[in-house]
Design a protein around this ligand. Structure first.
Ligand code: ADP
Ligand code: MG
Length: 820
């Protein structure tokens, strides 16, 4: 039954001279009790006084101390966000992750009882904001786009930048930009009393705030720093004696042991990506069952994946590839003896005595559907131990109730970028000491906890950096540069980045923007550039979109750039295992006595194994058929293949179609939303397209249109074209005729400065076709003369010696015929 929401009522306060008015929020006794235990609540007065007296306040406090849930409520209670109050604008709260924006707005709504309706969220394609919204949770990207429309951010009376320690690109830029907005709002307020100053609150889980406070460029006033005492329970650390490089296996073994020995309490396991999570989940389920293995949840676990990180460089045929180095049997790994290991799990606890618990295993990663993500907040079924297998998402943003034990692999998958060569890669590497501390801290929320670190203290001391590198230093920044320039910040070099990106990145970005005609030779934004900046796309894709109407291609171009800018759309074959084959557990359903862990478990083949092999062969056949079919329009172009996937999905936009075609439903739904958004933006911003309508379904493009689309893709990637080495004017000497397409060497071309052509000056390095491309299926003779690529990647793993010998591969977009 819907009740009429309470109007927000300001009441005069009696005993606080600073606060003339307050909103009285009535909360349930349980919520009150939880709140009173939070360190941030004890500091409410100090925090609000600081905000009252300073425009910029930095709050540092350990994860779980109450920053995210409480500080927005403090502001609301003292009148921020109240339409007729003294500070009427909304309270904006930014999060680097969508899952946090959604779940935190829900939590704060719950806490605020009768006022739950004033809390909303906005993420890229989804939101609940309405005229009653006073507290708005959003991703940092959403606020950045709003700032591009109104740099004074007049809709807001206060902005909270949360998780600033994560140093995401958007957060870094927001902080720098807001430092200027705060000043601007002060100036505006002095001239016009109806405009209120803006309050900026930056919240961080670590004390690493020097980049914000000691950067003389950044703030015009000295921000006030408030440190909130952590009131965390102690967490006992257990370092591994040796560092096992097969950390998935090691995690499995430790969890198995821990589960049998440890008193009740939730487990949180930090992995690096969805593939590993699926693998570990499958093994744990086979061993410990668990009550919730419904087909649908299992399927989600296996099918979704963290793109584009799961690129697996299989079948390269490089002899020196050391990816099998960790592929050993358990017995080869020298680890502590069983007794020693058991001792690790003999902890003192008043609630000792384990029952034969089952495991309630839940995955948690960003591409998982929101509905599935929210399950981690629910209590596990009776008689089950909650076991959450998570990526970095669980490191700071989310507080999951009931976690007592943390298993930390010490690794994460990170984007790397070499600004000189432009080579990007996703690598698994050690996390920082600060991250390790955050991860361990997740065990100490409800009471004393334990953290098992699957690495030795020597490795930790020697190899872990203090803090992780800001994201801005790890990616190409042409999008950032165009965005800043189109907001009239011409001299990007002078922009007060908390940590400035390397000069090479800036130069590379400006060069690319000149090729794309987005900025002039003197660095000014051109009319094309300012139109490009309207679209929530990388400048390359925006450029493609703006020439997309040629040859009646616009609906295809919209579909294509939407598809290209979404996450990884294909599910790798090795993860496309149907739910049924991972469900059965052969023994030890109750987790009892078998102490062998996994040693020697697969010594003979059962009927089930044979059936599983049979099933796998069928999956492989279906997988290959689906991919072959997607290349029906054109067998040389990743981009046209993608266009066909998007087009086919439009005809049957269902989850079952996606499952049977090995593509991700979540990503395709997003592509569809982006298509609609792009069409709307084209219609409202470009007079010639005012009557543009994009049909729900698309007929396949003609061959002429296919050729035109390839040319358009090339126009956006003019600096990323490679020529077949043997077709180069002077073929490199080492060239020998290869046997397979993926061994055919190519040479990247350098575009001619400012003009629409290529110089025949070749870069020295050789690059190769990535095996995931349709091009990899061609014969050597069929390999095209030119290939346009999205990015270069160094293949796969780093060996135990830290050396990488693999080839550089092109993530191809399309072939291109000579004589464009
Ligand atoms: P911080 O932002 O400082 O890390 P939060 O405000 O996110 O802390 O969390 C404070 C406390 O609120 C947590 O320790 C937890 O007890 C509680 N909490 C947060 N989210 C939820 C939730 N979804 N369900 C139950 N309790 C929650
Ligand atoms: Mg928080």
């Amino acid at each position: 039954v819907e009740q009429e929401p309470l109007p927000i009522e300001l009441q005069p306060t009696k005993n606080d001279s600073r606060k003339a008015f307050a909103v009285v929020v009535t909360r349930t006794p349980e919520i009150q009790e939880t709140r009173f235990r939070l360190p941030v609540v004890a500091e409410e007065q100090k925090i609000m006084e600081a905000i009252h007296d300073n425009d910029i306040v930095i709050i540092c406090g350990a994860t779980g101390s109450g920053k995210t849930t409480q500080v927005p409520q403090f502001l609301f209670e003292s009148g921020y966000g109240v339409p007729d109050g003294p500070t009427p604008g909304m309270i904006g709260v930014t999060q680097p992750r969508r899952v946090a924006a959604v779940s935190m707005s829900k939590r704060v709504g719950e806490e605020m009882g009768d006022y739950s309706h004033v809390v909303s969220y906005q993420i890229r394609f989804e939101g609940t904001v309405d005229s009653k919204t006073a507290i708005k949770f959003m991703t940092d990207g959403v606020l950045l786009r709003e700032a591009a429309i109104d740099i004074a951010l007049r809709k807001y009376s206060a902005i909270i930048i949360d998780e600033a320690h994560e140093r995401s690109v958007n957060t870094d830029i927001l902080i720098a930009m807001l430092s200027r907005v705060v000043k601007l709002r002060r100036e505006l307020a002095e001239e016009d009393p109806t405009i209120k100053p803006l309050k900026l609150v930056i919240m961080s889980a670590t004390l690493r705030v020097e980049e914000f406070t000691q950067n003389s460029n950044l703030f015009h006033t000295t921000p006030r720093i408030i440190e909130v005492e952590g009131r965390e329970h102690s967490v006992t650390m257990h370092f591994a004696k040796k560092t096992n490089h097969d950390y998935v296996d090691e995690a499995f073994r430790k969890i198995c042991r821990g589960h049998r020995k440890l008193p009740p309490g939730g487990m949180l396991v930090f992995m690096t990506g969805q593939g590993e999570i699926a693998q570990l989940s499958k093994r744990l389920k086979a061993r410990f069952g668990g009550g919730m293995n419904t087909a649908s949840t299992t399927k989600v676990r296996i099918s979704a994946n963290e793109a584009p990180m799961e690129v697996e460089d299989i079948d390269f045929g490089e002899v020196d590839d050391d990816r099998n180095i960790n592929d050993r049997d358990d017995d080869d790994i020298s680890i502590a003896s069983d007794e020693e290991e058991d001792k690790e799990f003999e902890i003192e606890d008043e609630e000792s005595g384990t029952g034969p618990l089952k495991m309630h295993i839940l995955p948690l990663f960003s591409l998982l559907p929101t509905k599935e993500q929210m399950k981690v907040f629910e209590p596990p079924p009776e008689g089950h131990r909650l076991v959450i297998l998570a990526t970095n998402v669980a490191e700071t943003s989310l507080t999951i109730p009931g976690i007592k034990y943390v298993f930390d692999t010490g690794r994460s998958k990170e984007r790397k970028y070499d600004p000189v060569s432009g080579v990007q890669s996703f690598e698994i590497g050690w996390i920082s000491k600060a991250s390790a501390k955050q991860r361990a801290g997740r065990a100490g929320r409800t009471g004393p906890g334990h953290c098992w670190r699957l690495y030795s203290s020597a490795v930790y001391e020697r190899d872990f950096p203090e803090f992780s590198e800001p994201e801005l230093l790890r990616m190409p920044i042409e999008g950032v540069v165009l965005q800043l320039k189109s907001m009239n910040l011409q001299h990007v070099v002078n922009f007060p980045f908390p940590t400035p990106p390397p000069r090479e990145s800036l130069i590379k970005a400006e060069k690319l923007l000149t090729y794309l005609n987005a900025i002039s030779q003197t660095g000014q934004v051109t009319p094309i550039g300012s139109t490009m900046s309207i679209f929530p796309l990388s400048p390359r894709f925006a450029r493609i979109l703006l020439i997309g109407h040629l040859h009646d291609c616009l609906p295809y171009t919209v579909a294509l750039v939407a598809g290209l800018s979404a996450g990884e759309i294909y599910i790798p074959e090795n993860q496309a295992i149907p739910a049924a084959s991972v469900q059965e557990s052969k023994k030890n359903d109750d987790g009892s006595d078998d102490d062998e862990d996994n040693r020697g478990a697969v010594t003979f083949r059962t009927t089930e194994d044979v059936l599983a092999d049979d099933r796998r062969a069928k999956i492989r056949a279906a997988f290959n058929a689906a991919h072959k079919n997607f290349c029906y329009l054109d067998d040389k172009s990743d981009a046209i293949k993608l266009l066909q996937v998007v087009g086919e999905f439009a005809h049957d936009p269902t989850e079952s179609w996606c499952d049977s075609h090995f593509v991700r439903f979540k990503v395709l739904k997003e592509i569809k939303q982006l298509q609609k958004q792009l069409t709307d933006l084209l219609r409202t911003n470009i007079p010639a397209f005012a009557n543009l309508s994009v049909p729900d379904t698309l007929d396949p493009p003609s061959q002429k249109q296919v050729q035109a689309l390839k040319q358009m893709v090339a126009a956006g990637f003019i600096d990323q074209v490679a020529i077949r080495a043997d077709k180069a004017p002077t073929p490199p000497e080492m060239y020998r005729k290869p046997k397979r397409a993926i061994d055919v060497p190519y040479l990247p071309l350098i575009p001619l400065e400012g003009e629409d052509g290529h110089k025949l000056e070749l870069e020295e390095k050789l690059v190769y076709i990535h095996p995931s491309s349709p091009l990899a299926h061609l014969s050597v003779d069929e390999c095209p003369d030119y290939i346009v690529y999205a990015y270069l990647q160094k293949a796969g793993n780093t060996g135990a010696d830290g050396q990488k010998r693999a080839k550089t591969r092109m993530h191809a977009l399309t072939d291109l015929t000579a004589g464009r």
